[in-house]
Design a binder for this molecule. Structure first.
Ligand code: PMV
Length: 366
């Protein structure tokens, strides 16, 4: 198991002038939610997520060593151009600049290169789906490919765990978008190898019931997020229920270990739905307080509960910090749940839009 200090390199065996890499990284959906953080993107509680398969960011990173004759004031700065869907994207730049500042200690070569970052998402531009997890993970993978070119002896384990650590410094939940179908992030006594610094592939057995688990994302509100996750995490400081909530996340994660092993979907549903509502309850009870659900979010939840009662099909919902609803269900119920979604839930979606996704494997080099 690595600690953050293991990821500070001393020297590289190779030099490389220019080149490019391309990676895709998926989004992920948390089952036990990360909400609240300490300094340096260290989570206040551990979390676990399903990695998605179709909602991805694809990022190409081209790099070129700065010229020896480059003026010193340029050498001493990070230098990069950023394109989103082929067009220059100035408003993403401060986030990347901050990311580079945070990770420079782990990738000391960053200022030696000029980078061109070309990025696009497979999901619609304004879907209300956060692209920070997939985007930061895809960029971290590319940077690790460059580091591996400088140090080819690097092990795969080091490569992926450091990629996850870097991704975390871009956006916390991004560390769960690197490798594995089910990813745990945050120290948890009963999860071997778990770390606050990076996500790990869930190390215990996962029952067949969860194979190809489905996630249909209902787009209820595609607008800008009402509360950024940075502001949201901050609301957990001095929150009256914070300590109890953090303890509850540990308890729920422990319960999930056995649930994943036994494939008990009724218990799975209880934890997942309770986690989603707790996340929103935290926002409703912070100061200032927010309601991030929309009337249609509640309509969807009630309709899912009614359908589940009537059919006994183990379909449930989870939520991120917004109004969209993730509908989770086993692969074997795909046909009937999709029919239910078309018949009864699509009307609650903005312009009838939804995205079909399922569990996936993590980042891929292209
Ligand atoms: O990674 P961030 O800082 O955008 O936080 C994400 C928080 C939630 O999506 C609400 C929960 C989670 O664990 O992904």
């Amino acid at each position: 198991m690595f600690t953050a200090n293991d990821f500070i390199p001393s020297q590289y065996s190779q030099t490389i002038e220019s080149g490019q890499f391309q990676w895709s990284a998926p989004s992920n959906i948390a089952l036990v939610k990360y909400w609240g953080k300490k300094a340096n993107q260290i989570p206040a509680n551990p979390s676990v997520s399903f990695t998605l398969n179709n909602c991805k960011t694809i990022t190409k990173l081209a790099f070129e060593k700065k010229n020896i004759s480059t003026p010193l004031d340029v050498t001493n700065k990070f230098s990069f151009d950023l394109f989103f869907e082929g067009k220059p994207k100035e408003d993403f730049k401060p986030k990347i600049q901050k990311f580079f500042e945070r990770i420079e200690i782990y990738l000391p070569f960053l200022k030696e290169y000029h980078f061109t970052i070309d990025t696009e998402n497979t999901f619609p531009h304004s879907s209300g789906i956060a692209s920070s997890a997939s985007g930061m993970a895809a960029l971290a993978m590319n940077l690790m490919s460059l580091e591996k070119a400088l140090n080819p002896a690097m092990s795969d384990e080091y490569f992926y765990q450091k990629a996850s650590l870097l991704a975390r410094l871009g956006s916390g939940s991004a560390c769960r978008s690197v490798k594995g179908e089910v990813v745990a992030w945050g120290n948890q006594a009963n999860i071997k190898g778990s770390s606050d610094e990076y996500g790990i592939e869930f190390p215990y057995s996962i029952h067949e019931n969860f194979k190809n688990y489905q996630d249909t994302i209902l787009l209820v509100d595609k607008g800008e997020k009402q509360v950024s996750s940075t502001v949201g995490h901050d609301l957990m400081h001095n929150h009256p229920f914070a300590e109890r909530r953090f303890a509850q996340a540990h308890e729920n994660l422990d319960k999930l270990i056995a649930i994943f092993e036994k494939g008990n979907l009724d218990e799975f549903i209880k934890i997942v739905e309770s986690e989603a509502l707790t996340l929103h309850a935290m926002m409703m009870t912070s100061m200032p307080y927010y309601i991030l659900m929309k009337p249609n979010t509640l309509q969807i939840i009630n309709t899912i509960w009614k359908f589940r009662n009537e059919t006994q099909i183990p379909v449930c919902f989870t939520l991120d910090a917004g109004a969209n609803v993730h509908v989770l269900y086993p692969n074997k119920n795909k046909e009937s749940v999709l029919q239910f979604i078309k018949d009864e839930l699509v009307d609650f979606c903005q312009n009838g839009q939804y995205l079909c996704d399922e569990i996936g494997n993590g980042a891929m080099q292209l």
